[in-house]
Design a protein around this ligand. Structure first.
Ligand code: PLP
Length: 401
């Protein structure tokens, strides 16, 4: 039922070659067909439920991509003013924006007081909203983010719904939060949960959501925000959407509105990163494929030990050997793949890093004074379109005075 088009269906060696020559490397490439298809799969499983789908633009903030998602009926989930401006560049109206975050500043609160919904992370934040409401009058409808203390079985850095994580209001103090809101004349419309990212089991979603649903009934809330976190297939496992749909969707029946905040699931598999092979370095201990971008362009392997599939396009020899794929930066942690079995690529040829559309460019840096890469969109007609130019050295030092 959910056999989506994959990059493999759309990407040939010639195309990689052509794009690399036209736009240079490192290069991010996204496929419009895949983005639209996945957006439809996401909304499609909520048959009969009134959903308000948003795209978590921290996963990828390119306004050209946000605009595609807008056409598919998505708003955005933002965390910062910067993400608000990205949404504005994509003409996403305020009433399609949901605001998340555990460190909202007073300045942001004053500027973002027209968005549709806010997920409140703490009792302390409620106190601030009281002050802001007093000053600016109208404030957005508020959800309370609850911390359901559920283990999502994902990387510790991207688990968010455990007691030890910084997010949400523990259920034991929920009563005080509700009391605080009442005393402060703040209108709450529902509960929000988001227990982490890259979750491939349905069970933790069920465990968290059933608590949130029960609490919603108890307190008479007709809206609910179920967050995102759907896991994609980096290696061998992804969230089983038919299982999710069978298990989760029935819990949502009867709600007046269900807010979704999905990032990775939509954009991750729709993007790749193309890199050029500079050297193949052989030592007694190891073989290193040295490419022209590393943790500066894709930090997930260095930061989370994340796995990304690597495709060699032009091999020196067909036999696979154990290699590390590393970048050119001055850190031993500057890796894209370790202990992987690959054919040895030819020097000067290109490799493709798969599933790089989410938390790729968005987490890129200028470390070692490198330039952030360009981004290209392959349109539905298979035409390449530059949607972000490569940085220049002028860009790099623009803020120096
Ligand atoms: C990051 C985040 C999301 C999106 O997570 P994905 O794993 O990319 O779907 C949704 N909601 C909140 C509150 C988040 O922090």
């Amino acid at each position: 039922m959910f056999n989506c088009t994959t990059v493999n269906d759309l990407l040939s060696g010639e195309l990689v070659q052509k794009l690399s020559i036209s736009y240079g490397t490192p290069l991010y490439v996204y496929f419009e067909t895949i983005i639209r298809e996945r957006a439809r799969v996401v909304t499609g499983i909520f048959n009969g439920i009134n959903i308000f789908p948003t795209f978590a633009c921290k996963a990828n903030n390119n306004p050209n991509l946000l605009r595609i998602l807008k056409e598919e009926g998505f708003g955005t989930d933002i965390v910062t003013l910067g993400e608000y401006y990205a949404s504005r560049l994509a003409d996403i109206p305020d009433e399609k924006i949901v605001w998340n975050g555990n460190g909202k500043s007073l300045k942001e609160m004053a500027l973002l007081s027209k968005v549709r919904y806010v997920n409140v992370d703490s009792i302390e934040e409620l106190e601030r909203w009281k002050d802001v409401a007093f000053k600016v009058g109208d404030i957005p409808e508020l959800f309370l983010r609850i911390n359901p203390n559920v283990n999502p079985n994902t990387h510790p850095y991207i688990s968010t719904g455990l007691k030890k994580n910084k997010f949400g209001i523990p259920i034991e103090i929920l009563e005080s939060a509700l009391k605080k809101a009442k005393e402060s004349n703040l209108e709450l419309v529902g509960f929000h949960i988001h227990i982490g990212s890259q979750i491939t089991d349905v069970a933790p979603f069920y465990e968290a959501l059933s608590q949130a649903v029960e609490l919603s009934r108890k307190y008479g809330f007709r809206k609910i925000n179920i967050g995102g976190g759907w896991g994609i297939n980096y290696k061998d496992k992804e969230l089983d959407l038919s299982d999710y749909s069978k298990t989760i969707v029935p819990l949502l029946e009867g709600f007046e509105e269900v807010v979704l905040e999905i990032g990775r699931y939509i954009i991750g598999p729709a993007g790749i990163l193309i890199l050029k092979v500079e050297y193949v370095k052989r030592t007694d201990a190891k073989t290193f494929i040295v490419v022209d971008g590393g943790m500066n362009v894709l930090i997930r392997p260095a930061m989370y030990g994340a796995f990304h599939g690597v495709r060699v396009l032009s091999a020196e020899q067909n036999e696979k050997v154990e290699v590390d794929v590393v970048g050119p930066l001055c850190e031993s942690g500057d890796v894209l793949a370790t202990h992987c079995m690959l054919e040895i690529p030819r020097e000067g040829s290109y490799i493709v890093i798969e599933n790089a559309g989410a938390y790729g460019y968005a987490m890129a840096s200028n470390y070692n004074s490198t330039l952030k890469p360009a981004e290209v969109l392959m349109t539905e007609n298979n035409e390449p379109k530059l949607i972000r130019r490569r940085e220049t050295y002028d860009d790099l030092f623009r803020t120096i005075i």
